[in-house]
Design a protein around this ligand. Structure first.
Ligand code: ZN
Length: 207
C-alpha cells in the first residue's frame, strides 16, 4: 500500500467514524490531512459523497490553497480552502469540519465565544483542566470560502484548536488525522457540557 493510498484509507475510515457519531449528516462535513510539504499538498474529502459511503477513492489532492490538482476524479469539498487556511495559520497537519449540533447551538448561545474552564475533558484539546479560561472563537458564516477563511484566520485562538462557525458547525485541528478526530470528540463533549450546565446550573445558581 502506498503512503498516499494509506492516508486515503485512513481519511475514509475517519470520515465514516465521524458520520457514525452523527456529525456528518448527508454529505455535510469534511476531513483533510497534509500529504506533503514543499510544495504543500492536502488530501481532502471529495464533494457530494454521502459520508456513510465514503471510500479511499473519495480523497482529492489539493494544493496549499485547497484547489484540486489536475487529473483528479472527484472535486474537493467546497470548504477545502478553509482547511488550507487553518493548516497555514495554525501549523496543524489535519483538520476536521463537522456540523455537530453542539457546535451550532453553542455558537447561538454564546455568539462572542464559548468560555471553557476547569473541566477534565479540556485535556483532550491540549488545554489545562485547571485555572485557565480558554475561549473558543465564534465567527459568522459565509458562502464565500475566501471570506470565511479570513474570518477564521483573524479569530483563531492559538491556545484552542477549535473554531465555531455560527449557524453552521465547527473546525477542529491537530497534529495528525487521529489527533484532529480525537479533539473533535472532546470539543463536542465540552460544548454539550457547557450547554447542559447552562440549563441545569446557570452561573447564578452554582454554589
Ligand atoms: Zn460545513
Amino acid at each position: 500500500m502506498s503512503l498516499e493510498h494509506g492516508r486515503a484509507v485512513r481519511l475514509a475510515a475517519t470520515t465514516r467514524h465521524l458520520y457514525d457519531l452523527g456529525w456528518m449528516r448527508g454529505t455535510s462535513g469534511n476531513v483533510s490531512v497534509v500529504a506533503q510539504e514543499d510544495p504543500r499538498h492536502l488530501l481532502v474529502s471529495a464533494s457530494g459523497i454521502a459520508k456513510h459511503a465514503t471510500q479511499p477513492e473519495h480523497a482529492v489532492i489539493t494544493d496549499a490553497m485547497g484547489q484540486a490538482l489536475e487529473g483528479q476524479s472527484h472535486a474537493p469539498s467546497a470548504e477545502a480552502p478553509v482547511h488550507a487556511a487553518i493548516v497555514d495559520v495554525s501549523g496543524a497537519r489535519s483538520v476536521v469540519h463537522v456540523h455537530a449540533m453542539s457546535s451550532v447551538l453553542a455558537a447561538a448561545r454564546w455568539p462572542s465565544g464559548v468560555a471553557l474552564t476547569g473541566v477534565e475533558q479540556m485535556k483532550g484539546l491540549g488545554c489545562s483542566a485547571e485555572g485557565d479560561v480558554y475561549t473558543v472563537p465564534v465567527v459568522e458564516n459565509s458562502q464565500d470560502m475566501a471570506v470565511l477563511s479570513e474570518r477564521i484566520r483573524r479569530a483563531l485562538n492559538p491556545a484552542v484548536p477549535v473554531v465555531l462557525v455560527a449557524d453552521h458547525g465547527m473546525y477542529v485541528w491537530g497534529a495528525s488525522l487521529d489527533d484532529a478526530a480525537n479533539r473533535t470528540e472532546s470539543a463536542d463533549w465540552l460544548l454539550q457540557h457547557a450547554l447542559l450546565l447552562d440549563l441545569v446550573a446557570p452561573p447564578g445558581r452554582r454554589p
